[in-house]
Write a protein that binds this ligand. Sequence first.
Ligand code: 5GP
Length: 229
Amino acid sequence: MLSEMDQNQAENLPAEATEGRGILFVVSSPSGGGKGTLIQRVLNKVPNLSYSVSFTTRAPRSGEVNGREYFFIMPEKFEEMIAADEFLEWAHVHCKLYGTARKQVAREIGEGRDIILEVDVQGAASVRQLMADSVSIFILPPSFEVLKTRLTARGTDSPEELNVRLRNAPLELRDYSAFQYVILNDDAELAANQLAAIVFAERARLSRQKRKVKNVVEAFMAKEKDDSN
Ligand code: 5GP
C-alpha cells in the first residue's frame, strides 16, 4: 500500500535509471511458487546481488531465522513502522502484514548493488509505480496441482493457512500480465538460470551504462586520432 508521501517522495530512490546505482528486481509468485529456492540459487550464482529481508507479522516457520528469511515483528511494531514511513511498500497478504524496509533498499542500490525484492503482487504494483526503472519478474508455478503438492509437502502451514494460500493463488496469478518477465518454474535449475540471465541482461542495457560506454568509445576515438597524426 502506498501512502501519499510514498508517491511524492521515494526518498533516495530514483525512478529512472541512474548510472552507478543498483537495479531493483521485484520477484512475485503465489505462495508455494518456489520463488524462495529460486532466489537462493540465484544469489549463489550472481555476484553483487543482494536480497531485501522483509518485515512480517506472521510467525516464523520451523527453521526460519529472524533477520534471515524475515524480521518477525509484532503487529504494533509494524503499525509504528508504517506511521514512521519506514516502508517502501507494505501489504496485507494471507491475513498478515508484510513490508519492505525503505532503508535497506536505498542503501544497497545507493552503493551500486543490485537487489531482489520478494513481494506479493500488491507489493510489486506499488514498487512499479514508485520506481519505473525497476524490473519485475513473475514466477509461474506449472499448475495448481503442483502448487498444492508443494505447499502441502512443505508442511509448514496449518490447514487454515494452507486453504487461504490455495484460495488466493488464482487471484494472484491474474496479475501476471503486469510483469515484464515470466518464468515458468517447472525445473528449478532452469528457472534459476533464467532469473540469473535476466539480471545479467538488465545489467547490460545501454540505458544503465551510457557514461561508461561513452568513455570507452571516446578513448577508442582518441586513439584513432593519435594514430592518424
Ligand atoms: P510467506 O509467508 O509464504 O513467506 O509469504 C507470503 C507472501 O508474502 C508471498 O507472496 C511473499 O512474496 C509475500 N511477501 C513477502 N515479503 C513481502 C513484502 O515485504 N511485501 C509484500 N507486499 N509482500 C511480501
